[in-house]
Design a protein. Structure first.
Length: 370
């Protein structure tokens, strides 16, 4: 009898373990299927925070409803983008065509320059056979490339659809943010809802200031790069400036990727010009990292560079390009959650901070009375 009971207990535990492992596997598979949707929702939330910030500025002056303010901001942004595209599109399109024509010649100049030196020839000998620029361009233009990188979310139509869905979702989120935040807080016990609302407000403020700083950084990097390349005499300075500004949204890796075409084009003139271009990009990044980034971190949370790069690599491997783009704001949210939930609430640092604040106020009152 005891032997049968032991066997039954062992079988029960084994079944429980198998059930838990199965549930974990199913959960991982489920998350893998909806991760693109989660990234899309997070991107929509970022856009909604941006729209809401502009709508609040308009609402302070016009005193209109929140929904009308968001709609007005959306219409003004569409008109601004349409006007910018109408003004810049012809010039940018021509420069992009010139970029396609000039890149093969710049690559040939780089190979010819490296071939003059022993170390350069050693590098070229160990490099795999690279396709020509025209072959890369033709491959990117075919449907085989779009299908090979994986399904709907990687195709051109899928990306356009995702962008439109994100914009539509962002407008709804920005028009009635209280509806969604209050609905989320009601999922928690009554005594915890106030704290949940505080954490959501802190996350919103963090992402808002991060977006403000990032947009300002993108404009500054784009304009400085455009002016600097124009002074140096690098062709296609406007397009390269736009590329630098857009790619600066991705910390650490974006500036490196945006500098590659500028350096290659500078080789058409001379290797010395390419050195000037490298110096220009380093100078622009020094301005961004020493002026703009510290100002952002004073308003939000400080993101350690090593942790930022690690999160970018992890999300890039797990999710792809969207993970690399959204890694920094996701890390900012995680840092806020760790600071508020774990450090302040679980470890009790919040009580210590409140006590220190009260002691500081008491000292100030005593000093004032004296």
């Amino acid at each position: 009898m005891e032997t049968n009971a032991v066997k039954d207990q062992f079988v029960t535990r084994l079944l429980v373990i198998c059930a838990v492992i199965t549930l974990i596997i199913l959960a991982v598979i489920g998350v893998s299927y909806i991760v693109d949707i989660l990234m899309l929702v997070f991107a929509a939330a970022l856009i909604a925070i941006f729209l809401r910030g502009l709508a609040d500025l308009i609402n302070e002056r016009l005193k209109i409803s929140e929904g009308k303010a968001v709609l007005l901001v959306s219409v003004l942004l569409v008109l601004f983008l349409a006007g910018s595209i109408a003004l810049l599109a012809p010039s940018v399109a021509e420069q992009v065509r010139n970029l396609r024509d000039e890149m093969p010649r710049s690559m040939q100049n780089v190979v010819a320059y490296l071939s003059k030196y022993g170390w350069g020839r050693a590098i070229l000998e160990h490099m795999p056979a690279m396709p020509t620029f025209d072959e890369i361009w033709d491959y990117l233009s075919t449907s085989s490339f779009l299908t090979s990188v994986g399904g709907f979310f990687s195709s051109t139509a899928g990306m356009i659809t995702n962008f439109l869905v994100a914009i539509l979702l962002a407008v709804y989120l920005a028009a009635e943010p209280k509806l969604y935040t209050e609905g989320f807080t009601k999922l928690f016990p009554i005594e915890k809802r106030g704290r949940v609302h505080e954490i959501l407000a802190q996350i919103g403020d963090t992402l808002r200031w991060w977006l403000i700083g990032k947009i300002g950084s993108m404009f500054a990097i784009g304009i400085l790069t455009w002016i600097g390349l124009s002074i140096i005499g690098v062709p296609l300075a406007l397009t390269l400036g736009l590329i630098a500004g857009l790619f600066s949204f991705i910390p650490n890796f974006g500036p490196i990727l945006s500098a590659v075409p500028a350096i290659l084009l500078a080789f058409i003139d001379s290797p010395v010009t390419s050195i000037y271009v490298i110096g220009l990009y380093i100078f622009v990044q020094l301005i961004e990292s020493n002026l703009i980034t510290p100002w952002i971190e004073r308003q939000t949370v400080e993101l350690p560079p090593g942790l930022t790069i690690t999160s970018q690599l992890i999300l890039a491997v797990l999710i792809g390009g969207m993970g690399l783009v959204l890694a920094t704001p996701i890390l900012a949210v995680v840092m806020v959650l760790i600071q508020t939930i774990y450090i302040q609430d679980i470890l009790g640092d919040r009580d210590i901070e409140v006590e220190q604040k009260d002691l500081g106020e008491d000292k100030n009152e005593t000093t004032t009375k004296n």
